[in-house]
Unconditional design. Structure first.
Lengths: 436, 74
């Protein structure tokens, strides 16, 4: 056991703090200090791809798939709780732990797969920014470079806390989804019923329905989340005593994310009720504008941009942290760019290259989207299995941090289901005629 | 520790931000080497290898299908 190198600087600084008189104030303040990584990882998962998937679910099947979100809530929480626990126990990122405990082959495989799927996902985020702002009359030649520049400026300040506060503010902007869902006047009784009672859509089980269900699961639990939250927890130097607050942060993030996803489905359902066909949320926003009003039209478009920005910063950081950990570079938002050049170069390289690709005319975005699904199908089960094995590594974690038996029953069940669904998703994407 | 009793007054608590607190000794893998190949670890990694092989084969089939080779063979 030793004090991690990243923490040595802090040992030189005197411990500061706030004196509090009441126990409840102590709990509240400690929670607020710990709060962040759980909300960010969950809400950033409602990225542009997720907006598209949830709105398609509402647009094609109305309220029929709302119940799925309630099923996904505990799954999201259990997986990310393990990540937070491992991050607090080791003070290291997921990529570094895979390298150290499973060797170079599995380490390189996990890292390269993560970098590939993250980069392809970033292209889809910038495509969404381009689409949404084009619908608002902003040329992609302005919107995409300005977004890339803004995303870069967010991280190069040399302060983790500054980045975290900006991103939490962006997460909270997603509260506007609730206003949009309210404005489109869904039948709240039907919403409540569809949330707790699964019902079969008209037409029964079709290839399209199965694909959409798997896509919802895939978009709710994404591979980059495992790497991101563990690195983020390590970056924030959360302490052992912070675990209960990190769990609460993760739970709040999971509940908020599922509620926002539900609101997206309700807005999509408005298109379903008015028989408006659409391929992406920007199309739907433009089509429902004359019926639902400018607030809904512009709200959906701007929130689509917000979702893409959140997704881009979190995913790029997941890549930069993972690559920096494995390379042994300085990999911290606490450092200035000149102190951690490789880390910042990875972040800026990912953002810049993805933005540049979107500006290439006639870029095959459909191929990119399919590749994301295939890569995600490959990496999610492998990343999650390493997580589960690490959380059972008594030599590393000791008795205090390893999974309890009930943790293992739940997590192995989740892993088996994810393996099966990932295989099914990949099979549907790669062999579309297999189930015809 | 996240919070601690003030040594001068039991009624006071000092709340310290994680980034400004004294570092803890974390669980470290130094000197441990690779993970022990217990039965669950061996089975999990074998299943993972099998899964990756199946995925690679499907991807290969998809590429051949897109290239029109599968259609010619049929």
């Amino acid at each position: 056991m030793r004090i991690e190198e990243a923490q040595l600087d802090a040992t030189l600084a005197p411990v500061e703090g706030v004196l509090i008189r009441r126990a409840w104030q102590k709990h509240l303040l400690t929670f607020l200090m710990v709060f962040g990584p759980g909300l960010i990882v969950m809400e950033a998962d409602n990225d542009a791809g997720a907006v598209s998937t949830y709105m398609q679910a509402g647009g094609q099947y109305g309220l029929h798939l709302l119940w799925l979100l309630i099923v996904l809530l505990p799954i999201c929480y259990f997986v990310q709780e393990m990540v937070a626990r491992l991050g607090i126990a080791t003070g290291k990122g997921h990529a570094a732990m895979i390298y150290e405990r499973f060797g170079k082959w599995w380490g390189r495989f996990s890292l390269l797969d993560l970098l590939a799927v993250n980069f392809l996902t970033l292209i889809t985020e910038f495509a969404a920014i381009s689409l949404a702002l084009s619908a608002l009359g902003v040329s992609p030649w302005i919107s995409v470079p300005v977004s890339a520049l803004g995303l870069t400026l967010m991280v190069v300040t040399g302060s983790y806390l500054r980045w975290e506060r900006i991103v939490i503010a962006l997460c909270l902007m997603d509260i506007t989804w609730f206003a949009l869902a309210y404005v489109v006047h869904p039948d709240w009784t039907a919403v409540a019923r569809a949330t707790v009672i699964p019902t079969m859509p008209k037409g029964g089980i079709t290839n399209n329905l199965v694909f959409l269900v798997i896509a919802i699961i895939g978009t709710t639990i994404a591979p980059w989340q495992l790497f991101f939250q563990q690195s983020c927890v390590a970056e924030k130097r959360l302490r052992f005593a912070d675990l209960k607050w990190a769990r609460l942060d993760t739970l709040i993030g999971a509940i908020f994310t599922v509620l926002v996803a539900g609101a997206m489905m309700l807005v999509g359902n408005y298109g379903y009720q008015h028989r408006i066909g659409f391929e992406d949320p920007a199309q739907l926003a433009v089509a429902i504008g004359p019926i639902a009003g400018r607030f809904v039209r512009n709200g959906v478009l701007l929130l689509m941009v917000n979702a893409a920005v959140l997704g881009t910063t979190a995913i790029s950081l997941a890549s930069a942290w993972a690559y920096g950990e494995v390379k042994g570079w300085e990999h911290s938002l606490h450092k200035k760019p000149r102190e951690a050049p490789g880390f910042y170069a990875t972040y800026i390289g990912c953002v810049g290259a993805a933005a540049a690709i979107v500006l290439i005319p006639h870029v095959p975005l459909q191929l990119v989207i399919i590749s994301v699904q295939v890569f995600a199908g490959v990496i999610l089960p492998s990343a999650i299995i390493f997580l589960q094995l690490l959380l059972n590594d008594r030599d590393l974690l000791g008795d205090r941090w390893v999974n309890r038996p009930w943790n293992n029953y739940i997590n192995w069940t989740i892993i088996v289901v994810l393996f099966a669904l990932s295989l099914l998703l990949a099979a549907q994407v790669m062999l579309p005629n297999l189930f015809a | 520790m996240a919070t601690m009793h003030n040594s001068y007054s039991p009624e006071c608590f000092r709340v310290v931000h994680p980034l400004r607190d004294v570092p803890e000794q974390k669980c470290s893998s130094d000197g441990l080497g690779p993970i022990a190949m217990t039965r669950p670890v061996r089975i999990s990694l074998t299943v993972l290898r099998g899964y990756l092989i199946v995925m690679t084969l499907m991807l290969g089939y998809h590429v051949l299908d897109m290239a029109g080779v599968v259609h010619v063979l049929r």
